[in-house]
Design a binder for this molecule. Sequence first.
Ligand SMILES: *Cc1c(COP(=O)(O)O)cnc(C)c1O
Length: 403
Amino acid sequence: MNLDWIKPADRLGSLPPYVFARLDELKVRAREQGLDLIDLGMGNPDGPTPQPVVEAAIAALQNPANHGYPPFEGTASFRRTITDWYYRRYNVKLDPEGEALPLLGSKEGLTHLAIAYVNPGDLVLVPSPAYPAHFRGPLIAGATIHSLILKPDNGWLIDVAAIPEAIAQQAKILYFNYPSNPTAATAPREFFEEIVDFARHYEILLVHDLCYAELAFDGYQPTSLLEIPGAKEIGVEFHTLSKTYNMAGWRVGFVVGNRHIVQGLRTLKTNLDYGIFAALQTAAETALQLPDVYLHDVQARYRTRRDFLIEGLAELGWTVPKPNATMYLWVPCPVGVGSTDFALSVLQETGVVVTPGNAFGSGGEGYVRVSLIADCDRLSEALRRFKQAGICYKPGTLVASSD
Ligand SMILES: *Cc1c(COP(=O)(O)O)cnc(C)c1O
């Protein structure tokens, strides 16, 4: 039977095509041909979940009390662990009864927040490049997006002062993310103060994604939005266990901050899901309570890979700034080559998968994102193939296209 007459809702049609789709196709074909792919394209950490977390999950699985529907708002114990963790890290007290909400991964919450707060036509400010959920969530909700184009000469920070008055007056929400995926940029505390001032002045909801809270190196400590006085009146912050604890498959994240906003998201989610399997919430508590030595190991692993790859790329002519957080390098394409073409030719010629920057918005054109999700042996093999295929950066002026 022909089902052409059942059309998807307009909100699906509003989404830009996934740049990843063509890359995925090529990946499948390359694998079929028996090519040994080195996949540095995803943001999927390659390590195992820490053993104490796995053991806590196994024990919790054996407890029938965990087998029913979990409470909508997450278990009281996990919420308390979240606010205790937050206090330990940032010295800010939050109420576990309303200022913290567990999520099925932060992507779920980031997207549903837009469904809960955006009416069709509402103006939402989103940096470009950005993590796709930051603009795809609002687009699904019918938002009009105003892209804040990020530039390397401003350290990939949002130029708050350059946002036109009329846009600021109209804007309802601003999404942002430092340390940043994909640019790996970090923001100083003064930047957070400036954006909080801005949001308070124009009454804009600030949505900060701090998913790389702990993947930071060389003594750098990322700032949390809620450390800034007054931020809780206009903001929420999303966290995840996916990256720090190698728990991407477990789907555990949380949001903290303004209680009305958290409540609005909770109301929506009450109508959509039942939250995280209670056994996994118990395991997540174990993760947030792991000793700092665990974090140091994870940080050391990514730092070693970062330094290794930056050195290797330098030999091929690339000058890649050394990021002090995240699990990515943000690498300029060779002069005059577009992101998609470059990523596709790297894949075809070397079997190395990198993500074209324009997958994160037009502001990412001219760059590719390389994830540090393989060990140095594999990174060394990737570099060897680059060299053999003559893939290198020739210094010159990069022209990034603008909106
Ligand atoms: C990986 C990532 C997420 C997704 O986290 P989940 O909790 O696994 O959904 C969210 N934001 C950014 C910026 C990320 O890089």
